[in-house]
Design a protein around this ligand. Structure first.
Ligand code: GDP
Ligand code: GDP
Length: 465
């Protein structure tokens, strides 16, 4: 069974009623924080949502079934089975434009047998005229239908309010001791400036509690109940002191901090771009299995340069300042381009990328949001039945054997977190090809995200029954 931390809501319903549109709408904001990359989030079927300060997990059960040839009724049976087994609340989505269908009725019948709170949401109510059509859905016997339009984002707030009313509370958890963060990078990329920028953020309270001797070299920030422990920052906080940046020394220091951290902030100079030295440090982070966020500092220089380029192109014409929307559009276009370059240079790091300016403090606090985000991903334990489904699907997509040796895969099991670790059981595990392992790892990322954390896949011999 799933180890419950956060209550889980499952979205069920016929194909094409708008389940994934609704799913994406609910997790939309969080998705914007993590990467928007084709293939990474698109087929995500499991995510974390948040509403009114309460967190919950979310499954799009429709996304689990790639093969419609199974027949609609077995497809629906499977969705409902998973929802009943795993979820704390089930959201049945129906389509206003089709009226209640016999399949909706079949799902309703099955759901009513389960002892779980159910919400009936009627999608595609894009305008008031179609609202009259929703009264027909009372006949499903699942209480008052909630009209929504997932695609236009209409009445999603009302829907989530209702979800929050019915969803059981999060299990009481002891407050975590804090997220340990290492700020690593080449000399002169702006590590000290970054720490100093954080020290100037009003929302972050510096925790000066006397601690152990080891803590004395760390800087601890508090934000509400949360604690962020920035490791080995004592030297970085001393302003004005000339610190000679010896490359090899900084690598050794980075390695030491990496041992102790949960998440590394890999700072690089966005103005200069990713260097071989940056890739080396990235390699250490990956090797140690730590979480990572890529932080491109000195973004102000990149923007300044771009603006002066535009000004030069317009020479002769009266100069118009670039402000508001055009500026934002230009910046997001540039970030997109830069991200693509970074991904190519560091293809093994599946990490969120953020661009900041330690000099102006711009977006520095957003890094704290990403630290939370990556922490969640590191601790993620997808529901067992969903993992089984993803595995079944992955198994049928590609033969795992190498040198034509057939390998029968039995099952995939999560055996750890931080980093999420999966063991698969097979009769001849030594014959499983590297490319199949990579495929499986990509498939797990597509389904569950795991942004900013490595995942480990280990193979085991046949399981004794
Ligand atoms: P799923 O198969 O249940 O996951 O459905 P999808 O989310 O893939 O949506 C199926 C189709 O319905 C897509 O073409 C969506 O654009 C469309 N759709 C989703 N929500 C709405 C809505 O609120 N109104 C309208 N008119 N179309 C919608
Ligand atoms: P460290 O060696 O990685 O700790 O780097 P420092 O924080 O000492 O910064 C190196 C140099 O880069 C200093 O001259 C900083 O003023 C400058 N610097 C740091 N962050 C920024 C930034 O965001 N923008 C600009 N323009 N300069 C920066």
């Amino acid at each position: 069974m799933r180890e419950k931390c956060e209550p889980l809501m499952a979205i069920v319903g016929r194909p094409n009623v708008g389940k994934s549109t609704l799913f994406n709408r609910i997790i939309g904001e969080r998705r914007a924080i993590v990467e928007r990359e084709p293939g990474v989030t698109r087929d995500r079927i499991y995510a974390e949502g948040e509403w009114g300060g309460k967190s919950f997990s979310l499954i799009d059960t429709g996304g689990l079934v790639p093969d419609a040839s199974q027949g609609i009724s077995s497809l629906i049976k499977e969705q409902v089975r998973i929802a009943i087994q795993e979820a704390d609340l089930i959201l049945l989505l129906v389509d206003a434009q089709c009226g209640p269908t016999s399949v909706d009725e079949e799902i309703g019948r099955r759901l009513r047998k389960a002892d779980k709170p159910i919400i009936l949401a009627v999608n595609k109510v894009d305008n008031l005229e179609s609202e009259t059509a929703i009264s027909n859905f009372y006949q499903l016997g699942l209480g008052e239908p909630v009209p929504i339009s997932a695609i236009h984002g209409l009445r999603i707030n009302e829907l989530l309010d209702k979800v929050m009313e019915l969803l059981p509370d999060e299990k009481a958890k002891a407050p975590p001791p804090g997220i340990k963060v290492a700020v690593v990078g080449r000399p002169n990329v702006g590590k000290s400036s970054f720490i100093n920028a954080l020290l100037q953020e009003e929302r972050l309270i510096v925790d000066e509690e006397p601690g152990t001797t080891r803590d004395a070299v760390d800087t601890i920030f508090r934000l509400g109940e949360e604690r962020f422990i920035f490791i080995d920052t004592a030297g970085m906080r001393q302003r004005g002191k000339v610190r000679r940046g010896v490359e090899s020394y900084s690598i050794a220091r980075a390695q030491g901090s990496l041992e102790r951290c949960d998440i590394a902030l890999l700072l690089f100079d966005a103005w200069e771009g990713v260097s071989t030295q940056d890739s080396r440090i990235a390699g250490y982070i990956e090797e140690k299995g730590k979480g990572v966020i890529i932080v491109g500092n000195k973004w102000d220089l990149v923007i300044k340069n771009q603006i002066s380029k535009i000004k030069n192109q317009k020479c002769g014409k009266p100069h118009q300042p670039i402000i508001g929307k055009p500026m934002q559009a230009m910046e997001s276009e540039m970030m997109k381009e830069y991200r693509e370059i970074i991904r190519k240079k560091l293809p093994f790091l599946f990490a969120p990328i953020i661009f900041v300016s330690a000099l102006t403090g711009h977006r520095v606090l957003k890094v704290i949001d990403l630290l939370r985000e990556v922490t969640r991903e590191q601790m993620l334990r997808p529901a067992k039945s969903i993992l089984d489904r993803v595995f079944q699907e992955a198994k049928s997509h590609r033969p795992p054997g190498r040198r034509a040796k057939p390998v029968r895969l039995q099952r995939l099991k999560q055996v750890g977190i931080k980093p999420p670790t999966f063991a698969f059981y097979a009769d001849n595990p030594e014959f499983i090809s590297e490319s199949y392992r990579r495929y499986l790892s990509n498939r797990l990322r597509q389904a569950f995200g795991f942004q900013g954390t490595p995942i480990k896949i280990i193979s085991k011999g046949k399981r004794k029954r």
